[in-house]
Design a binder for this molecule. Structure first.
Ligand code: IVH
Length: 681
């Protein structure tokens, strides 16, 4: 028996290392040696072994790349060493200024620097304990991020075990996770087909993917990873004495390190690298938005240290946003959730910053007029960072003779009601609250992650339900039945049940999310949280005037007005009533006493004589709970004197000073009315 166990363990170990090597050759070296069919066979053998003998399973087994259970939520983790961000230089001039600064600080003229491509992705911190990947976390705010280990494991170019015979206890590797351009286009094409919102760029797609709770979805999105930082606490010598050596060490450990890097002895060499990649980057299968320059020697890095936000020894030398010419083939007015109508340019597809662009925003009617844009015009489009492409210029000299000016229509393309453009405002709006576009937007917003988080209720269904008149307001969602959904195209029994259950489950979402979900202008999730603390029931919020709303810390007059206006509309009041009737949470817990404005704050009381019901400590406690202060001697400053039986000299003094006297009953009434006035119900 023991014999067999040893043989099994040996076989499992052998399979794991064969599969790990094959994966490394395929995903990191891009030089596969093992045919896919052999890989699959070995993988299945290991999987079978592990199923039959779960004790053979190890966390670094290739079968563990995709978790079986989706995560419920991510937990926050603190980074032992913060993940700093980089200062930007937008041209070589700014780069030379930065150079002069460190040279002055370090009192040296020159020092070698490593140039790396700046990958436009998301930074990750990976922790290996005794050589095994135990944790993967996002950068977050640099101090703490989210633990996404299961998702990180799906990235094939990230080793689950370091290629080291005797690994140090802890190794931390940092680098950039990204989605290659072709995968990005494929993801968006699929999303487009089912009517889901498109990702603006690969970086957003990567960020959204890393935050997916289901690691199967992450695995399907094929993220990749370049390592650039190696930290070995207590065994610093392992990473060598320079960034260049550390990158080589990372490569030995089994990571993919971007081969497009250079060790530059001079500032001219850095400029050469930067200039060369400005054009060559277009041939890369991923996006890069600049070059990161890092002083090579760790001893010099240490001498220079960090500012509040950045290392003084590194800088991101960015490329200007790319611009390309194309032609405007049409103009589509797009009606958003708030009724705002955005002119969208339809373009002859062009390659721009690694993706195909066929649409770009023209912002609003004023911008249209300013550009004097005509259908058929040659236009320049630009994509800067996370912003969706925009039309920046029109080459009027190339305009065809018969070109017609591009304008927004007078009527809503969705509901045909007249559009309005208030004097002095740039935005043209549809103000018909039954406009299907506004309704679709309202429903999608209601279902979105930070609002009611209704899983599965994507734009595809929203569109269909609105089109078929099944849903005319968010309240209608709560009376939808499986039977009603079944006849719909591409709907099945299971899916219908899932959707109805997800909608019903959203009834448990707290009041602040409901308020956010209503889509009131200026009320984002943060403002919704601020508002629902003091206005802990919808009735309180509806009854409040603008001043009372604006009195909430963090809420300005514009937001307060918008909230007040929204609740003054009859149709919105009906919606609130219907949501209440459907069982949604339109109230939360009352704030803790300390958070309420205390009605007796600043008032001082003196108790004298014996009260009919309350003992002294009881009376004192009640007064103090309402913010009042109880003192022992009467003075001009005393606000109230509470008088019981056999009151003595304090009563005399109070009468002399003309102070307000209260009986126990009057005190109780005062407490009652004041408390109710500041916190009715
Ligand atoms: S080094 C202290 N190297 O750029 C060192 N960052 O704008 C900080 N990035 O947060 C990071 N490629 O997400 C470094 N080769 C590279 C990089 C890189 C992309 C990202 C990283 C960082 C951001 C700063």
């Amino acid at each position: 028996m023991a014999q067999l166990d040893t043989a099994l363990i040996k076989r499992a170990t052998e399979l794991r290392s064969q599969l790990q090597q094959a994966s490394y050759e395929y995903y990191v070296l891009d030089a596969p040696t093992l045919p896919d069919s052999v890989y699959d066979r070995l993988y299945r053998e290991l999987q079978d072994l592990e199923t039959q003998h779960p004790e053979l399973l190890t966390p670094d087994s290739p079968t563990q790349r995709v978790g079986a259970q989706p995560a419920r939520q991510f937990t926050s983790v603190r980074h032992n060493i913060p993940l700093y961000s980089l200062e930007n230089a937008f041209d070589l001039g700014e780069y030379h200024q930065w150079e002069a600064r460190w040279q002055r600080l370090a009192e040296i003229d020159d020092a070698p620097a490593v140039t790396e491509l700046k990958i436009d992705g998301n930074a990750l911190a990976l922790t290996y304990e005794n050589g095994v990947l135990v944790r993967g976390a996002t950068r977050g705010d640099g101090i703490s991020g989210e633990e996404i280990t299961q998702n990180v494991k799906t990235i094939r170019s990230i080793p689950l075990r370091l290629q080291l015979d005797s690994p140090p206890p802890v190794v931390e590797v940092r680098g950039e996770a990204f989605i290659p351009n072709d995968v990005f286009e494929q993801i968006n094409a699929e999303r487009d087909a089912v009517g889901d919102a498109l990702f603006a760029n690969p970086r957003n797609a990567a960020a959204g993917t890393l935050r997916q709770l289901d690691s199967k979805v992450v695995a399907a999105r094929r993220l990749d990873f370049f390592a650039y930082t190696l930290i070995v606490p207590g065994q610093e010598e392992m990473r060598g004495d320079s960034q260049w050596a550390a990158l080589e060490q990372l490569q030995h450990l089994g990571f993919k390190v971007n081969p497009n890097r250079a060790l530059c002895g001079t500032s001219d060499a850095v400029a050469g690298f930067y200039n060369r990649w400005e054009t060559e980057r277009e041939t890369l299968p991923y996006l890069t938005d600049g070059v990161v320059v890092k002083l090579n020697d760790f001893s010099l890095q240490q001498r220079l240290g960090f500012t509040q936000k950045f290392p003084r020894w590194a800088i991101a030398l960015k490329y200007p946003a790319e611009e390309v010419p194309t032609t405007l083939t049409g103009l589509t007015p797009q009606v958003g959730r708030t009724g705002a109508v955005t002119p969208v340019a339809e373009l002859t597809p062009v390659q721009l910053a690694g993706t195909t662009v066929s649409r770009a925003t023209l912002h609003n009617a004023d911008r249209l007029a300013e550009l004097d844009i005509h259908i058929g015009d040659t236009v320049i489009v630009r994509k800067a960072g996370e912003i969706i492409p925009e039309v920046v210029r029109v080459l009027t000299e190339l305009r065809p003779a018969d070109a017609q000016p591009g304008r927004l229509p007078d009527r809503c393309p969705e509901c045909n009601e007249p559009l309005v453009k208030p004097e002095g405002e740039a935005v043209t709006r549809c103000i018909n609250i039954s406009c299907p576009a506004i309704l679709r937007g309202a429903l999608s917003h209601w279902a979105s992650r930070d609002a009611m988080d209704i899983q599965g209720l994507g734009e595809k269904w929203v569109q269909q339900w609105v089109e078929q008149g099944m849903v005319q307001s968010v309240a209608d969602l709560y009376s939808l039945t499986v039977e009603q959904l079944l006849p719909l195209e591409r709907m099945g029994e299971q899916l219908a049940q899932k959707l109805v259950a997800a909608i019903q489950a959203s009834k448990a979402k707290p009041w602040d999310r409901v308020l956010y979900g209503l889509g009131i202008r200026h009320v984002g999730s943060v403002n919704a949280k601020l508002l629902t603390a003091p206005f802990y029931t919808v009735e309180r919020l509806m009854a409040a005037d603008v001043d009372a709303i604006a009195a909430v810390y963090g809420i300005g007059p514009e937001i307060a007005q918008s909230v007040h206006d929204w609740f003054s509309v009859g149709a919105n009041q009906t919606l609130v009533d219907r949501l209440k009737a459907a069982g949604l949470q339109l109230a939360g817990p009352p704030p803790a006493p300390a958070d309420r404005p205390l009605p007796l704050a600043g008032k001082t009381f003196v108790l004298t004589g014996t009260l009919p019901h309350l003992t002294r400590p009881e009376a004192k406690a009640k007064i103090e709970a309402a913010g009042g202060k109880v003192t022992s001697s009467v003075s001009k400053k005393t606000s109230y004197v509470v008088v019981g039986a056999e009151a003595g000299s304090k009563l005399e003094k109070a009468e002399k000073l003309g102070l307000t006297l209260l009986s126990e009953a009057e005190l109780l009434v005062l407490l009652d009315t004041l408390t109710a006035a500041s916190a009715p119900e």
